[in-house]
Write a protein that binds this ligand. Sequence first.
Ligand code: ADP
Ligand code: MG
Length: 593
Amino acid sequence: GAPVEKYEYQAEVSRLMDLIVNSLYSNKEVFLRELISNASDALDKLRFLSVTQPELSKDSVDLDIRIQTDKDNGIITIMDTGIGMTRQELVDCLGTIAQSGTAKFLKALKDSKDAGADNNLIGQFGVGFYSAFLVSDKVAVATKSPKSDKQYVWEGEANASTYTIREETDPEKLLPRGTRITLYLKRDDKAFAHPERVQKLVKNYSQFVSFPIYTWQEKGITKEVEVDEDPAEAKTDDQEEQTEKKKKTKKVVERYWDWELTNETQPIWLRNPKEVTTEEYNEFYRVTFNEYLDPLASSHFTTEGEVEFRSVLYVPSMAPQGKDDIMNFKTKNIRLYVKRIFISDDFDGELFPRYLSFIRGVVDSSDLPLNVSREILQESRIVRIMRKRLVKKAFDMILGISMSENRDDYEKFWDNFGKHLKLGCIEDRDNHKRIAPLLRFFSSQSENEMISLDEYVENMKAEQKDIYYIASDSVTSAKNTPFLEKLLEKDLEVLFLVDPIDEVAVQNLKSYKEKNFVDISKEGLDLGVENEQKETEVKQEFGRTCDWIKKRLGDRVASVQVSNRLSSSPCVLASGKFGWSANMERLMKAQHA
Ligand code: ADP
Ligand code: MG
């Protein structure tokens, strides 16, 4: 045979394998889900590439996944007819970690250690290929890429720091295309090689994989066979019955093995929304996005007319792990299909504006060309129309959560994605009307529970024209500011903008329901005149004092004025009407520090 070459794993891989084995021992069954998900990805890649390179799939091999079990020897084989791997890809993909799923796992593991979460939770993460070693002593990956005319076999063993690669020379073992993974199960895990066990796992975890998954099952066919009459018995019966018994047949079950389709292959978005249960939508979400939590909301719709497409969208219940930076919006959140063929999940704001990039889902269009490229997407009128509709549906979904009887749901949403919507205030003027009702703030009359702008407006005094706010770094410092004194006295509600982005967001909105947002820390706050004569007197009396203070402070202040905005504090530092607020200045300083 061809020479066997030995390789060392990248150090991180060995560490990762230890971690996986140590933290997932109670959740071993995830290995099957991971390997099926890789097979499905490989099939997606092949199908996508063969749109522009038809020669890739010329040898009319079906796109499917087949899982065979040998329970006597404790072996599971998972075959796919996908894109396969070249020798170099075997080294890059199975000997190093640069992959999304595994990175996510490491992060989750770290977070859960910090938070003391249990191992079960971690078990729900995409831990990738190495999870095969949870149940296997040895793993063999035979693979044939259309880019190479050779087939290679990767072999690794549990608890080893090296793996091998060799070329396959046995013609009997050659694959037409794709990958065959053979798991040699550990002694205690051989039960996974029972066909019914595998079937059950596929149904549980991989029901919505969009390629057919066949499992190798024992079947029975009932046949009728004629049976000879028992002559001893015949004697005791009368004549009539005897003739009937001569023709008597027996039913026997003949056993044989065959492939059985084990998953649902009709994509969920092609089904009638009335016939899909919430549990099915949630499961599709978990499988498609490798998530462990159910989404907060989903929306399944079809649009017709100018542009035709189908879509299922979701609002996740948690912001993605390790993605604190909302500006980083390449999230692979939307999977675009054209006529059921997966095209891409790598968007750059084409289908959703980046502040909505947390929305997940699938979109299937029949109006886009199969070989659609990024350039086409960016310039397509069809895509622009799709984007409009998708955005509207996304807002409908969020509004739905906000109106849900369960207030916790929207609180959860706001905790995770409130920042995104505030970013929307800044970036998407066209959707201000949709975003504004979804915003939430603390206020002087609601320090513990956030309120909506509608709630604020409802609570406004009859003569009140504006929406008052103060920006600060916390509710505590907001409520202790002297700016608040007069407003509290007059029982006017003031929004507390305590998130750094709040102030800019509100300034971009400018108004809500024709009521302007007014910063109470700025010069010229007009709260109406209470006693004109008294005010004039006071101004006269203290005019010279003001001049004197201004002289002492010099350029450090723009002016010193008598004001009616305080009730117990002697003085307050207000910002100029057109300048930055003190809060903004603090933020800018922090940024440039
Ligand atoms: P992820 O799926 O998140 O990328 P995995 O550890 O599951 O991480 O897989 C690592 C990589 O190995 C994949 O990205 C892919 O390139 C390659 N791979 C794994 N299984 C297959 C397969 N059945 N066919 C082709 N490539 C595969
Ligand atoms: Mg994977």
